[in-house]
Design a protein around this ligand. Structure first.
Ligand SMILES: Cc1cc2nc3c(=O)[nH]c(=O)nc-3n(C[C@H](O)[C@H](O)[C@H](O)COP(=O)(O)OP(=O)(O)OC[C@H]3O[C@@H](n4cnc5c(N)ncnc54)[C@H](O)[C@@H]3O)c2cc1C
Length: 454
């Protein structure tokens, strides 16, 4: 244990039957309202389960909204044919949410991202669509509340401990879905998680939006690909060869659904001393926010000075927090390996698939490794922790090797993991079987009955 870690109590476990006041006793508690948590809670509510979704912010969306990640990646095939039209291959829950955004003018059409396509969403509309989905499905939402502990009987989870401005309370549940992105529930129980490549995780990014843009002039200069053309990379290098102010040279910019606005994914957040940050450490997390606010101004200034159409641009929004790509990864009964992704592995047990490249954010130029004209599949066991009963994870904390996660973490797939985890929790209650004893093939069948087209 590092000196830093020894300053904090990492686990908070009460025995089931704890004396804490009982706030709720439900079929399923979903911890976290990001893409995975919203999909999970809505699915369970629609099936008539009593569901409580606990979210520490006052809105859903997680990395996609608080982190302003801004696009739904992972829906379209990659291809070397530059003239090919976008080919959507992911449907199911992701498509249901995308269509609901579209019905409110909250998402763009396909935009070119290198050798594939993505769609840019409006984060305000994202929140409203999520609220609507959850309320219609009868999900009880507890915003402004954070899960800080767990109720255990041996290795079996009986619920969670939640902290709010009112104090501490227990929530009892038959099943728990850890959609916290950080594996918080597993971690609080003291069960095994890992972090990245021997502790090295991908860099956070503070995404920001710029208003006052002449988008036509910008697009004429930048081109149709949202990834920076070589001439802009060269300009970034010329403007700051040492990388002290503009540490990332390959950046993404997306015209949004609002007139005169761009969403800018450019910053690379390190500590003031240039070290990689671990944002599960609140000291690093705080420093990251400070560095990020300064760096946003530097990139905005660069765009105003060097990129046509941006001369009158101003920063009109940043993420509520730095966007966090990676923290803890659970250790599952199956693990998605780097070779699975590169080899486009398929599995009868799979509950999701992905065409998204390995998009690894480390170093000055993020590494992008394309998977042309194919997808790989993600096995059910990646959501099932090796230790712990009555629990399943959903979202970016699934069991995956470092580079595999750099592909499998994007939003369309997180929607899919949430959908799958909910169907597993539902089946587990209905059939009175352990989550780990469920066959992925059975969940895949259920997903396909709900439009997943796996
Ligand atoms: C900078 C950046 C850019 C990205 N760009 C893209 C992109 O362009 N397209 C794309 O598809 N994906 C992108 N991603 C990835 C994508 O946004 C995330 O991987 C995805 O949103 C993860 O969803 P999730 O539900 O697993 O977790 P999260 O989005 O992290 O959601 C977890 C939720 O749980 C809540 N929570 C956490 N702990 C607790 C707790 N203890 N109690 C209560 N609530 C808790 C959090 O507040 C959050 O709302 C990007 C990510 C980042 C960081």
């Amino acid at each position: 244990m590092s000196e830093f870690e020894s300053q904090w109590q990492r686990t908070y476990v009460e025995q089931a039957g704890s004396g804490l006041p009982v706030f709720a006793d439900v079929d399923v508690v979903v911890v976290g309202g990001g893409a995975a948590g919203v999909a999970a809670a809505e699915t369970l509510g629609r099936k008539g389960r009593s569901v409580l979704l606990i979210e520490r912010y006052g809105f859903c969306g997680g990395g996609a909204v608080a982190g302003l990640s801004g696009t739904i990646c992972g829906m379209f095939l990659s291809t070397e044919n530059e003239k090919a039209a976008p080919e959507q291959v992911i449907f199911g829950w992701a498509e249901k949410f995308r269509a609901a955004l579209e019905s409110r003018n909250g998402v763009s059409g396909p935009q070119r991202y290198g050798k594939t396509f993505t769609v840019t969403h409006d984060p305000l509309v994202w929140r409203e669509v999520a609220d609507g989905f959850l309320c219609e499905a009868g999900v009880q939402i507890l915003y402004h509340s954070q899960v800080v502990g767990v109720l255990m009987e041996g290795d079996a989870f009986g619920g969670v401990i939640v902290n709010s401005k009112s104090g501490l309370a227990q929530v009892r549940a038959k099943r728990i879905i850890d959609a916290s992105g950080d594996g918080d529930v597993i971690h609080r129980a003291g069960f095994k998680t890992t972090k990245g490549n021997n502790g090295a995780i991908q860099n956070p990014t503070m995404i920001f939006r710029m208003g006052g843009i002449d988008v036509d002039r910008f697009s004429e200069y930048w081109g149709e690909d949202t990834i920076s053309p070589q001439k802009v990379i060269d300009q970034l290098i010329a403007a700051d060869p040492e990388g002290a102010r503009l540490p990332r040279k390959k950046i993404w910019i997306f015209p949004t659904t609002r007139p005169g606005e761009l969403m800018v994914n450019a910053t690379r957040i390190l500590g003031f001393d240039g070290r990689d940050l671990d944002v599960t450490n609140p000291v690093d997390h705080s420093e990251g926010e400070l560095v990020a606010r300064l760096q946003v101004r530097e990139y905005a200034d660069f765009l105003r000075r060097h990129i046509p159409g941006c001369e009158e641009g101003y920063v009109n929004d940043t993420g509520v927090e730095i966007g966090i790509r990676q923290t803890r990864t659970v250790t599952g009964i199956a693990t998605l390996t780097n070779d699975d992704v590169l080899g486009r592995a398929k599995s009868a047990d799979a509950i999701a698939r992905s065409p998204w490249p390995i998009e690894l954010h480390a170093g000055t130029k993020p590494k992008v490794e394309w998977l042309f004209d194919d997808t790989y599949e993600i096995p059910y066991g990646t959501l099932v922790p090796v230790k712990g009963e009555n629990i399943i994870v959903a979202g970016r904390c699934l069991s995956a090797e470092h580079e595999a996660l750099a592909s499998a973490r994007v939003t369309a797939q997180c929607f899919g993991y949430g959908h799958a985890a909910a169907l597993a929790a539902d089946l587990s209650i209905k059939e009175n079987i352990a989550i780990r004893d469920i066959q992925g093939a059975d969940i895949r069948t259920l997903l396909n009955q709900e439009g997943a087209r796996l």
